[in-house]
Design a protein around this ligand. Structure first.
Ligand SMILES: Nc1ncnc2c1ncn2[C@@H]1O[C@H](COP(=O)(O)OP(=O)(O)OP(=O)(O)O)[C@@H](O)[C@H]1O
Length: 282
């Protein structure tokens, strides 16, 4: 496990990884929204992450900790102020610099962004199909995989409906299907279980576990420590734009539950409720 791991090295070659051929390597990634200058507080502050191939990696932190900012930069959606990101591929592939070669990098990734903006006038089936066709996949293969994914997400009855008429959880599931159609090496999922019912969440977890067992890598952001402790094998804790700890879940939590360790690291609030003495029924 590394704690308070902030380093600054020249950012040209991928740094020497802790294990060979990582799925995702993030080096000194920094984002300052608006005008960088004195007093500007970075939303992500020299973030270094090493995501091993085949891992199920949780990124946890409070609201506003910088998880979405970090994952958006790591997946080529948000330009970093500073820092580098490399994405691995198959076991024999060299890591690709996400911002220098974004086409090759994006081919290796499936992404479920935060607050997904989808082409919601399309039906669910069309959305997944176009996601495959846009990636240059064979039409017959796309057709077969689309039906497999719709079945796996239990969306058969809704597949012919426009996505704008889906519930929040159904939208999450169809966006996840669209992210998986090209069988990428790495899935980066921002809050994948938010609004998803427990049965669907269990199905999705099973699909993702099967995928990591086949050599895929999953990175998920979440606030739900219990879920991350049960589901993930690796975890990084972020607060105020910084990584406070990272490693295997057992290394990071030690003898504690992940939730207790998290509160220990980020510092719990004990004054919650103060100033709300008026909050009682008349
Ligand atoms: N587009 C933006 N412009 C300016 N500030 C932003 C923008 N997006 C995020 N921020 C700020 O950056 C910080 C980190 O936000 P971010 O969304 O990355 O956190 P998060 O850990 O994903 O939070 P949550 O769990 O609530 O989704 C916050 O202080 C937020 O207000």
């Amino acid at each position: 496990m590394s704690i308070h791991a902030h380093s600054s090295r020249p950012a040209e070659q991928p740094p020497q990884p802790l294990a060979p051929n990582p799925a995702l390597l993030i080096q000194d990634l920094t984002k300052v929204y608006g005008h960088p200058g004195p007093g500007a507080r970075p939303a992500a502050d020299r973030v270094n992450l090493h995501v091993p191939r085949g891992s199920f990696y949780g990124l946890v932190g409070r609201n506003g900790a910088g998880k979405t900012t970090t994952l958006s930069m790591a997946t080529g959606l948000l330009r970093p102020t500073a820092g580098k990101v490399w994405v691995g591929g198959g076991s024999q592939d060299q890591p690709v610099d996400v911002w220098a070669d974004s086409v090759a990098a994006k081919r290796r990734m499936g992404v479920l962004p935060d607050g997904t903006h989808l082409f919601d006038r399309l039906t669910g089936r069309q959305l997944v199909t176009y996601s495959g066709l846009l990636r240059g996949m064979d039409r017959e293969l796309v057709k077969d995989r689309t039906e497999d994914l719709i079945r796996a997400m239990d969306l058969q009855d809704a597949a012919g409906k426009q996505v704008q008429d889906y519930s929040a959880g159904m939208t999450k599931k169809i966006a996840l299907a669209a992210a998986m159609i090209h069988a990428p090496a790495l899935l980066v999922l921002d809050e994948p279980f938010e609004s998803v019912d427990p049965v669907s969440a269990a199905n999705i977890r099973a699909i993702l576990h099967q995928y990591t067992q086949a050599g895929g890598t999953v990175v998920v952001s979440s606030h739900v420590m219990d879920l991350v402790q049960r589901m993930c094998d690796h975890v990084a804790v972020m607060d105020n734009g910084r990584v406070l700890a990272q490693g295997t879940v057992d290394e990071v939590r030690g003898e504690m539950s992940l939730e207790d360790r998290f509160v220990d690291l980020v510092g719990g609030r004990t004054d919650a409720g103060e100033g709300l003495s008026w909050l009682r029924p008349e």
